[in-house]
Design a protein around this ligand. Sequence first.
Ligand code: BEZ
Ligand code: FE
Length: 289
Amino acid sequence: MRSVTKDNITEIFMGYVSADADPRVREVMGSLVRHLHDFARETNLTHEEWRAGIAFLEGCAAIETEERHEFVLASDVLGLSSLVDMLHSSPEATSSSVLGPFHVSGAPPLAYGGDMKRHYGGPVLLAEGTIRDTNGDPIPGATLDIWQTAPNGLYASQDQDQDTYSFHGLMTVGQDGRYAFTTVKPVEYTVPSDGPVGDILRACGRHPWRPSHLHFIVEAPGFKPLVTEIFPDDDPYLDEDTVFGVRSDLVMTYVEKPAADFPDGMALSGTLTEPFLHVDFDVVLGRQA
Ligand code: BEZ
Ligand code: FE
């Protein structure tokens, strides 16, 4: 019988993992436990700190619901969601970024040129572009699932005053791969900070802000689905996104244009009296392996 010590416990753990275990399970669990043990040894973790960690996990579980995914939020603010994303992104495709907890399935169809702003106040943003493959050719029939907050910084699912699908839309592009729609310029907002993740942010002296962004899921048969978002280049939180979602190819200039330059053939054509913002964002999808 061997005595378990603080120095050999990691090796003993590995000995407990059956030789018949799935090799990937062995690799992932082995690495996870090695890092956990090293973390405890390196920081000389106290009982009190370890209990605080367990209480954090219990606190996340206690408020985990369909609308509130505290574990995902924890992964987001620790940078783990973004890191896993970046480990598997295709270099020749548009960068992916965090999904976040506020995407809802079943968004209503939004026709080419359609409007999501409706009666909401704030600057009009015209977003348009082409969905392309890595050769630069348009991808006919690609779908663009779009979502963002209202000008109050809340997603529809967080806000009793919005319709279920306000600021959510699903556009299918034609043969030319083009999409275009109008919305209100997104605002920066805070991720939920009234739970255990908020406690961690405060303990680290971190803020809960995300730079303003417009979310997209772009899909087409034969291509890898892309979860992404775009950011304006003048946002004050661009360099300190609390969920680490900013990638340089997703930072765009929103160009201000006079109302007279607003294109024809869109839902808001002929109605604008104020200048509008314009962003051109082409999306490149990588082929499915
Ligand atoms: C979001 O952008 O919707 C989001 C992403 C991560 C955590 C919370 C919100
Ligand atoms: Fe968001």
